[in-house]
Design a protein around this ligand. Structure first.
Ligand code: AMP
Length: 120
């Protein structure tokens, strides 16, 4: 699947759409999810143009991967979620119901998050 330069997170990265930014460095941008599903619900996205985890894991450089996942940990720690716990989640493709075709990791926390995967 080709990267769509007009996806909503690409527009946020270019500054064409606003976001509730909580973190930014050379590798990643993090902002509050617009429809939060937990008291802490932050999206962390790489600065590079990658459709999903599959694209990112194949095509991103080692520096991009390291920088991105270090940012995810920093975001969770800065949100105060490290002590009580948090969940990170990335949806890839149809079965995972990925909505936005720019790779992103959700960071959830701030309450008991329940079981791992919803039963069908
Ligand atoms: P996913 O299903 O993993 O692709 O999740 C996409 C997430 O992006 C959803 O949780 C949406 O609520 C969130 N979202 C969509 N548009 C925006 C936006 N403009 N700002 C922040 N979060 C958004």
């Amino acid at each position: 699947m080709a990267y769509d330069e007009n996806n909503i997170f690409a527009k946020i990265l270019r500054g064409e759409l606003p976001c509730d930014k909580v973190f930014e460095d050379d590798w990643a941008l993090a902002f509050t999810d617009i429809q939060p599903q937990a008291p802490i619900h932050i999206l962390v996205i790489p600065k590079g143009a990658y459709v999903s985890m599959d694209d990112f894991s194949v095509n991103a450089s080692a520096d991009e991967i390291a920088g991105f996942f270090r940012a995810v940990g920093t975001v969770a720690r800065d949100a105060g979620a490290t002590q009580d716990g948090y969940r990170m989640l990335a949806n890839h493709g149809r079965d995972a119901r990925q909505e936005v075709p720019h790779f992103h990791v959700h960071v959830f926390g701030g309450r008991d998050l329940g079981g791992m995967v919803k039963r069908a």
